[in-house]
Design a protein. Structure first.
Ligand SMILES: NC(=O)c1ccc[n+]([C@@H]2O[C@H](COP(=O)([O-])OP(=O)(O)OC[C@H]3O[C@@H](n4cnc5c(N)ncnc54)[C@H](OP(=O)(O)O)[C@@H]3O)[C@@H](O)[C@H]2O)c1
Length: 270
C-alpha cells in the first residue's frame, strides 16, 4: 500500500531539511496528492502544490520546516489554521514542546522531531518527542518518519538535543573530519582536489561497509588496524590523552550549550 501524508497536510517551509525529507518520501513512493507546501518564495517543489499563503482550511498534519528564529513571525498567521484535528510536527532546533504548545494551544498533538540530512537517502536518524498522549498521532508520525530512517522516541526532551547533537549535526562533523584528512593528505604529495575526493569517498565507503556488515565502529577500526601496522600508529595519536575524545567532548558540549541557549531564547520570547 502506498504511504501518504494525512490529507490535507501542509509543509510550512521547505528548505534544506524539509526538502531532504520530501526527497526521501518521494523515493519511497509516498503519495503527495493531499500535501501543500507553504513558503514565502513560492519556489516550486517537484510534484507538490506550492503556495505563498495559507489555504483556507485546518489541515490534519502540519510540519514546520523554517528556522527557529522565524517562529514568532509565523505563529500569529498560522495559529488559526491549527485546530483540534491538527497534528503539528516541529523540526525547530531548540524550541521546546511547551514553547510550541503556548503558540499553538489548539493542536491535537505536538510532536518534535530532529531529522538529519541523510533522510534524503532514507538513511536518516529522526528522534521523536511529544508531551501529548495521543497514541494514534504518535504512531502515524512515527510511521511516516520510519520511512526515512531510524526513529528513536525520547522519554526526556533533553534527549532530543543530545541525539540531534550527534545525528543532526553529525554529517557536518564527519564531513569536517574527512576534509581534514584530505588536507593532511595533500601535505604528502597529493593535489588538494584528489586528496579531498579520496577522503570523501573513504567516508562514503566506510558508511556503506559498516551498514552492510552491521559491526560496531570499534570492531571496524580493529579490522583495519593490524598490529604494528601503519593504521595503528595513526590511531595511537587519535587515542592519546590530547587526541580525538577530549576534542569531540568539547565539540558536543559546545553544540549542546547552543541547544540550551536556543531554548532560553524561545522561552524568553513568550
Ligand atoms: N539543516 C539541518 O541539518 C537541520 C537538522 C535538524 C533540524 N533542522 C531544523 O530545520 C529547520 C529548517 O532548517 P533548514 O536548514 O532547512 O533551513 P532553510 O534551508 O533556510 O529553509 C528554511 C525554509 O523556511 C522557509 N521560510 C522562511 N520564512 C518563512 C515563513 N515566514 N513562513 C513559512 N516558511 C518560511 C523558507 O522558505 P523560502 O525557501 O520560500 O524562503 C525555507 O523553505 C530549522 O528549524 C532547523 O532547526 C535543520
Amino acid at each position: 500500500m502506498t504511504a501518504a501524508l494525512p490529507a490535507p497536510a501542509w509543509l510550512v517551509g521547505c528548505g534544506n531539511m524539509a526538502g531532504a525529507m520530501v526527497e526521501g518520501w518521494r523515493s519511497a513512493g509516498v503519495d503527495f496528492s493531499g500535501v501543500t507546501v507553504v513558503r514565502p518564495s513560492g519556489a516550486p517543489v517537484e510534484g507538490i502544490r506550492t503556495v505563498t499563503d495559507y489555504p483556507d482550511e485546518q489541515p490534519r498534519f502540519i510540519m514546520l520546516g523554517f528556522k527557529p528564529q522565524k517562529l514568532d513571525e509565523v505563529a500569529p498567521g498560522l495559529g488559526p489554521h491549527v485546530g483540534p484535528n491538527t497534528v503539528l510536527v516541529s523540526m525547530l532546533a531548540g524550541v521546546t514542546a511547551a514553547a510550541m504548545r503556548q503558540r499553538f494551544a489548539a493542536a491535537r498533538a505536538i510532536i518534535r522531531i530532529m531529522p538529519n540530512l541523510p533522510v534524503a537517502q532514507r538513511a536518516g536518524v529522526i528522534p521523536l518527542y511529544s508531551e501529548d498522549d495521543d497514541v494514534e498521532a504518535r504512531e502515524s508520525v512515527e510511521k511516516l518518519m520510519a520511512i526515512l530512517g531510524l526513529v528513536p522516541w525520547c522519554s526526556d526532551e533533553r534527549q532530543v538535543g543530545a541525539i540531534g547533537a550527534i545525528s543532526a549535526s553529525g554529517p557536518a562533523y564527519f564531513a569536517r573530519f574527512a576534509e581534514a584528512i584530505g588536507r593532511a593528505g595533500s601535505r604528502h604529495g597529493l593535489d588538494a582536489d584528489t586528496a579531498a575526493s579520496i577522503a570523501a569517498q573513504t567516508l562514503i565507503g566506510t558508511g556503506a561497509f559498516a551498514a552492510a556488515n552491521g559491526e560496531s565502529m570499534a570492531d571496524l577500526a580493529r579490522r583495519v588496524a593490524s598490529p604494528k601496522g601503519t593504521t595503528e600508529q595513526g590511531l595511537a595519536v587519535l587515542d592519546g590523552a590530547e587526541g580525538l575524545q577530549p576534542l569531540v567532548d568539547r565539540m558536543l558540549d559546545a553544540a549542546l550549550r547552543r541547544v540550551d541557549e536556543l531554548a532560553a531564547e524561545a522561552a524568553a520570547r513568550n
